[in-house]
Design a protein around this ligand. Structure first.
Ligand code: SAM
Length: 244
């Protein structure tokens, strides 16, 4: 029997990777549209805030881990002059959509696309001035390994930027959050012809992910000397930046 998408969090690492990859491939054609709809268009502003907070220098080299269709890479190109971006993801279908986006036509020499697993980054130590991971590491198993890899490939004083959804602490926000992501979003997914199972996965994926406090701890544990963080939109989204 096929594994239900909402159960994929409890699979072993390799099965989870395969299952999540298949899910993103299935929703790839509607991925950008659903993102805008679910976030009421605010996801663009969240990425913008995260990159502004990081204060990357012109000309820097950045890894966009779990780039998907390249929203974060596009924002980086707009905000940071002459940066070089490695847009990295294990879902070829999403990368292909990203590569074809017209925003990237004028930045084609700045953005490089690569397929690969977030747990095993095929780069030498200290290659990147920064790493950004927007809404991506929540989908990956073996998070301590992923965090260690991010640290390894970042230069000293470089920045590791995690932007993701987290469960809000206040009970009222928790209730609204659960209601919206557990019930409303999957219905939209179904009505709009996307895979409702994939959108049913969203709520458990956030619920079982690290809290903001745990992300900060993880960044400190790998060796970041300083961590700054900011909660946005009813504490449902967090930006955590670890400085190596
Ligand atoms: C919710 S999307 C976020 C995409 C993009 N960063 C954004 O801001 O819209 C999560 C992304 O993480 C990628 N991903 C999930 N597991 C991965 C893994 N193990 N290795 C690399 N990428 C992975 C997915 O393919 C997907 O593109």
């Amino acid at each position: 029997m096929a594994t239900k998408i909402s159960e994929k969090l409890f699979l072993n690492s390799e099965e989870r990777i395969r299952s999540v990859k298949k899910m993103f491939a299935q929703i790839a054609p509607r991925y950008d549209f659903m993102n805008r709809l679910m976030s009421w268009g605010l996801d663009i502003a969240w990425r913008r805030i995260a990159i502004r907070m990081a204060k990357f220098q012109p000309g820097c080299r950045i890894l966009d881990l779990g780039t998907g269709s390249g929203d974060m890479a596009a924002e980086l190109c707009q905000q940071i002059p002459d940066c070089t971006i490695l847009a990295y993801d294990n879902c070829p279908e999403l990368l292909e959509i990203g590569q074809k986006r017209k925003e990237f036509q004028k930045y084609s020499n700045l953005v490089h696309w690569l397929i690969g697993d977030g747990r095993f980054l095929p780069f030498r130590e200290q290659l990147f001035d920064g790493v950004v991971a927007a809404f991506s590491i929540r989908n990956m198993p073996d998070l301590p390994l992923v965090f260690a890899e991010l640290y390894r490939i970042t230069v000293p004083k470089g920045k590791i930027v995690i932007l993701d959804m987290v469960q809000p602490a206040p009970k009222l926000y928790q209730f609204l959050f659960k209601f919206y992501f557990k019930w409303i979003v999957p219905i939209w997914g179904k009505l709009l012809g996307s895979h409702s199972e994939a959108y049913r996965y969203l709520y458990p994926s956030i619920k079982n992910f690290y809290s903001e406090k745990k992300i900060i701890e993880a960044l400190k544990e790998i060796g970041c000397k300083q961590v700054i963080s900011k909660k946005i939109i009813f504490q449902m989204v967090t930006v955590c930046i670890g400085i190596k």
